[in-house]
Design a protein around this ligand. Sequence first.
Ligand SMILES: Nc1ncnc2c1ncn2[C@@H]1O[C@H](COP(=O)(O)OP(=O)(O)OP(=O)(O)O)[C@@H](O)[C@H]1O
Ligand SMILES: [Mg+2]
Length: 199
Amino acid sequence: MSAARGGRRVLDGIDLSLADGEVTALLGPSGSGKSSLLRLLNRLADPDEGTVRFHGEDVRGLDPLDLRRRAVLVPQLPAPLPGTVAENLSFGPRLAGRDVPEVVRCLARSGLGDEYAERDASRLSVGEGQRVMLARALALEPEALLLDEPTSALDDDAREGIERTLGEIGLPMVLVTHDRAQAARLAGRIVEIEKGRLA
Ligand SMILES: Nc1ncnc2c1ncn2[C@@H]1O[C@H](COP(=O)(O)OP(=O)(O)OP(=O)(O)O)[C@@H](O)[C@H]1O
Ligand SMILES: [Mg+2]
C-alpha cells in the first residue's frame, strides 16, 4: 500500500496485517508517516495503491462514518467540537441514533473527574484535551482504537491512568508512540516505520 500527501509519496509499499484483538505499537521518527498510516485505516484518506481491509472487507465499500465509529481515531492533537465536554462525548452516539453515553464513566476511564463534563471543550489544556478525545472515542463503544500519541502531553500519573484503561478495555489497537517503554508495556507487537516504509 502506498499513499501521497501534498503530491509527495509519504507511505511506500506498506504491507501490514493486524490480528484480531492485538495491540500493535507503531514507532518511528517524526515525519516517518505514522499519522498518515492511521488516517488510511479509517478513511480520512485513501491509499493511491493497495487496499485497506477491516475484518477482511475493503474499507472503500464501507460507510466512512460507520467505519469511523467502529475504528475510532484519537488524533495527535485535540480537535474538540464546539460545546461542552459532555456534548462532545454525546455527539457521536446521538448521530448514530444511540443512547446518550455514560459521560462520567467515560471521563473517569480517561482519568478526568466529573467536573469536566460541563467545561467548554475548547478551553482545556492539551493534556486535558487528549483525555477528552479518548473519552469521546470510548463513548462510541468502538471495535478498535487508533491512538495517535495519546499520552504525549500527559504527566506520569495521568499517563499511567490511561495505560491502565487501555490495558483493561482489551480492544484491538494501533498505538502510535515515541515511547518505547510504553510500546513494550501495552503492545503485543511493535512495528517500526521509517521514511514511509516498514523498517
Ligand atoms: N497535511 C499535509 N500535507 C502534506 N504533507 C503532509 C501533511 N501532513 C503531513 N505531511 C507529510 O507527510 C509525511 C508524514 O507525516 P506524518 O504526519 O504521517 O508523520 P508522523 O510519523 O506522524 O510524525 P510525528 O511523529 O511528527 O507526528 C511528512 O513528510 C509530512 O511532512
Ligand atoms: Mg504524527
